[in-house]
Design a protein around this ligand. Sequence first.
Ligand SMILES: *Cc1c(COP(=O)(O)O)cnc(C)c1O
Length: 377
Amino acid sequence: MRIETIAVHAGHAVDPGTGAVTPAIHPSTTYERAPDGTYPRGYLYSRNDNPNRSALEACLAALEGGAAAAAFASASAATSAVLLALRPGDHVVAPADAYHGTLRLLRETFAAWGLQTTFVDMTAPEAVAGALRPGTRLVWVETPSNPLWKVADIARLAALARDAGALCVCDNTTATPILQSPLRLGADLVVHATTKYLGGHGDVMGGAVVAREPGGLFDRVRALQAAGGAVPSPFDCWLVLRGVRTLPWRMRAHSANAQRVADFLAGHAGVEAVHYPGLATHPGHDVARRQMAGFGGMLSVQVRGGAAAAMAVAARLRVFTRATSFGGTESLVEHRASIEGPGTRTPENLLRLSVGLENADDLIEDLARALAEGTER
Ligand SMILES: *Cc1c(COP(=O)(O)O)cnc(C)c1O
């Protein structure tokens, strides 16, 4: 089956009891036992499992080409479960520019718990090789990475991890399984913020861990899902699954719109730099062409004139909404350094754009006007 067909059908069957074509939502927290005390229908208590969660997990596993998936209440909960599945004293190699919530978990919560982390530039495989040591259990990869959309070579890093006896985990949130298949490139686990493109409409939080093979660390993640209880509600699972149905088509449109916006900005006099893997000038362009089926909907722009000029451009935009997050239908703009706070490495004049599903001409006109009004004064 091709990806569009998997996205529409995986984890879904017509309800045998009612004939309902669209899946029902099962809010029940508990499930009936048979007279002999068994659970012949497979469900016991909703924290352990429920029909909406198992449908979503089957769909996510199929989309990534994995054996199994575990859904969580957020990607931060999914990330925490992967790290909790390790042991105090274990060593992790992680990107210096990982998602800021992941960085905070590694630096604060898990450092205090006894996990050791070396932060490296994932676009430099020799830096990753140099950071590996006998106790390394995990190489954490996130590509393209926020907010410069740096591209790490997944196959290369997964091979380095394997040779060192470590697992490779890839946060595939920004690329999605439509544009990038980390498990096929050798990664062992994939992490997702389904909050973003998979949900796709800015109305549900969720996360997931997908495993190439059952067993090993994934079994501990699965156990932590039920024991830790950071699980998504049946309605959350239903919403994410509904979002996934249109994911392949949305990702194509997000990518096409982002490419047009990036091309426009790259030629604009008020712009210092554009960071988008789809531009031939981007340092990760060649690796992205090799491992991605499209360049995605996220890009960043550095505005001439510093932080104040960037803030002013964001303030003048009308079609783009000033807000954090990404992956919804509507375009968003964010001054990234101020949301990340003190100590951020993000340039002060950088605006991050989540390019939505509007007409690209309207987005370009909005940006053109916001940039031009700045230079007129
Ligand atoms: C948003 C995001 C996360 C965290 O997702 P939550 O669902 O908000 O916890 C993790 N990784 C990446 C790459 C993200 O963009």
